[in-house]
Design a protein around this ligand. Structure first.
Ligand code: SAM
Length: 278
């Protein structure tokens, strides 16, 4: 079927951009592009952006989501590791005068607070390993965080771990890290067929906003606790918490039965345990 000619002033189809700039998807860089502009607009709408908002986009690729973000009226700073994408992104920057700033580089090496300031909405469709590493670093940042919201695409199973409830297989370290002082929710599920090329798994967009940091809790102590407790998740606390001085006594003092396993403790119980060890 031949494509209709593009009405004057409307954006070029992303397939044409990809062909014109030779941006065949690289497996090594985890590239699975979304080309459907309606879907991209729905993702860009999740943080509720408007004029004057600042967005940090990680991994813009050929710029489909970037354009959708710019169309909300927000200003975007985008960091992309694949330099092949930069000419296409520079062309986009020229169409949205002064509202798109490009950084060529590895998002894992950026000091976001220094580079972007605070009050920034983060939006990213990233390779899953990079996405999880970045999410953890953004959750572990000094609180209140530099970001105002995180809107991130993950493999569905990872998204489910982020929003999990206790007593489920998905509940674990990532859950506690995401929920103890932030509020995550699954905003949208995205089928494999939405990507080019389609990945092996279904995806989901997670939206996270910061909450208050509970008083008297040292983040490093909480991280040590969840690492020990979930390290061997089939074992009871009386065995897994042994490696942390006083943790078992603190659990007993809080009325937590040492025969329980980590996945039965609520996020509030992990917080209480970390506070008791502070
Ligand atoms: N945002 C585009 C979209 O939604 O169609 C592209 C998504 S693609 C899944 C991931 C993008 O992240 C690729 O363009 C890839 O080059 C880029 N990328 C991968 N690792 C990166 C890193 N460490 N830092 C910055 N960008 C990265």
């Amino acid at each position: 079927m031949s494509e209709q000619p593009r009405p004057p002033g409307s954006p070029e189809a992303l397939r044409e951009v990809i062909a014109r700039y030779g941006l065949s998807a690289s497996k090594a860089l985890g590239q699975n592009f979304i080309l459907d502009r309606q879907l991209l607009a729905r993702i860009a709408a999740i943080p509720g952006l408007g004029e004057g908002d600042s967005v940090y986009e990680v991994g813009p690729g050929p710029g489909g989501l970037t354009r959708a973000l710019l169309d909300t009226g927000a200003s975007v700073t985008a960091v992309e590791r694949d330099r092949r994408c930069l000419p296409a992104l520079a062309e986009l920057a020229s169409q949205y005068a002064g509202r798109l700033t490009l950084i060529e580089g590895d998002a894992l090496k950026i000091d976001e607070r220094a580079a972007l300031g605070t009050g920034v909405h983060v939006v990213a469709n990233l390779p899953y390993n990079v996405g999880t590493a970045l999410l953890l670093s953004w959750l572990e940042t000094t609180w209140p965080p530099w970001w105002k919201s995180l809107t991130l695409m993950f493999q569905k199973e990872v998204a489910e771990r982020i929003v999990a409830a206790p007593d489920s297989n998905a509940y674990g370290r990532l859950t506690v890290a995401a929920q103890w002082r932030a509020r995550p929710a699954i905003a949208m599920r995205v089928s494999r067929s939405a990507f080019v090329p389609p990945p092996k798994v279904t995806s989901a967009v997670v939206h996270i906003t910061p909450g208050d940091s509970p008083a008297g809790v040292d983040p490093a102590t909480l991280a040590d606790l969840t690492r020990a407790a979930f390290g061997q998740r089939r074992k009871m606390l009386r065995s897994t918490l042994k490696s942390i001085p006083n943790a078992l006594n603190a659990a007993i003092a809080l009325g937590i039965d040492p025969q329980r396993r980590a996945e039965t403790l609520s996020v509030d119980q992990f917080i209480a345990l970390a506070r008791a060890l502070a």
